[in-house]
Design a protein. Structure first.
Length: 321
């Protein structure tokens, strides 16, 4: 590990997803020198594993459904979707998981991009460990903005690590359509991905712990989505919890609270989100690693005068999911 010089900026932004990009855009527009740190792809979850790919996958399905309701066109669109073409279109929308375009945008606003894992190392200080092991220290004259977002939250179930379950990332970036898919959850991610894979030919079983889909929305919304999924052939089971999962002979077996054994080729857990703050050095500034960051109405972290938490990490309004 090689450490280089300390570099000072007015603002250091941790995370180059949509929120981090917007923070950097605003600080640069205000004339503040800005560094933005990203460990994966510039553009973040939305561009590569959430909004963009999910809507790209849903668009052909929605267009076909609309066409089927239109007299004069309905009979012409009765055939199956071209799965390869749908996935290829999704790949175009995610830029094939390359971030060159968004890197160019960051450079265009005059911010400096640092690739690597960023961690707080005390007040107003961030260390960035690059993929080659080089460590740079960035000092913020005014503020550090934590914009690291969230990750999929997997339940603590026996056997889950060995099963290698899908999360929203694996679902939106899937290269093949499984013959059978179990979707655990009843929120937006579960409803969208159940819709996508049912339409692309999967035999989909949705296991919902609560009374129905989309519980945070008006009841009719979840009812309409459930009716459409059921009409399409999905099996939706409400009031159903998963007690354990295992892979047997290549297949996933989910055991429910009632003792039912459900087999599939893959299982998707869409069971919530957790803050991506477990390894960003919160302990060096007196905060709990892995926690949501409480903020005031300016999005400044409580009891600090320099640390801000923007987007999902402050738990005010989870954006993508």
């Amino acid at each position: 590990m090689t450490e280089t010089e300390n570099i000072a900026y007015d603002v250091v932004v941790l995370g180059a997803g949509p929120v981090g990009e917007n923070v950097a855009d605003r600080t640069r527009a205000a004339g503040l020198s800005t560094a933005i740190v990203e460990s994966e792809l510039v553009g973040g979850e939305c561009s590569y594993w959430a909004c963009m790919p999910s809507k790209a996958l849903l668009r052909p399905i929605i267009a076909r459904a609309d066409a089927r309701r239109l007299p004069g066109l309905s009979e012409a669109v009765r055939g199956p979707l071209d799965t390869a073409a749908v996935l290829a279109r999704r790949d175009e929308y995610t830029s094939h998981w390359h971030d060159d375009g968004q890197v160019g945008w960051v450079e265009g606003i005059g911010a400096d991009l640092y690739r690597g894992h960023g961690r707080l190392a005390g007040p107003r200080t961030v260390t960035v460990t690059a993929p080659d092991g080089t460590v740079r220290t960035l000092t913020a004259r005014h503020a550090v903005a934590v914009c690291t977002g969230t990750r999929a939250l997997l339940p603590d179930l026996p056997g889950i690590e060995d099963v290698q379950p899908w999360t929203s990332r694996e679902a939106t970036s899937a290269k093949e359509v499984p013959g059978r898919l179990i979707v655990v959850g009843g929120g937006v991610v579960a409803a969208e991905m159940a819709t996508v894979f049912q339409a692309l030919g999967s035999e989909v079983t949705v296991l919902v712990r609560g009374k129905g889909l989309l519980a945070r929305m008006e009841p009719f919304a979840g009812e309409l989505v459930a009716d459409a999924l059921t009409e399409a052939g999905a099996d939706i089971r409400t009031g159903t919890s998963v007690e354990s999962v295992v892979r047997e002979n290549g297949a996933v077996v989910a055991v429910t609270g009632s003792g039912d054994r459900i087999e599939a080729d893959e299982i998707l857990f869409a069971t919530g989100r957790a803050p991506r703050t477990d390894d960003i050095g919160l302990d060096t500034v007196g905060l709990e690693p892995g926690s949501w960051l409480p903020v005031d109405d300016t999005l400044r972290v409580e009891d600090t005068d320099w640390l801000y938490a923007c987007g999902d990490v402050n738990h005010r309004a989870l954006l993508t999911h």
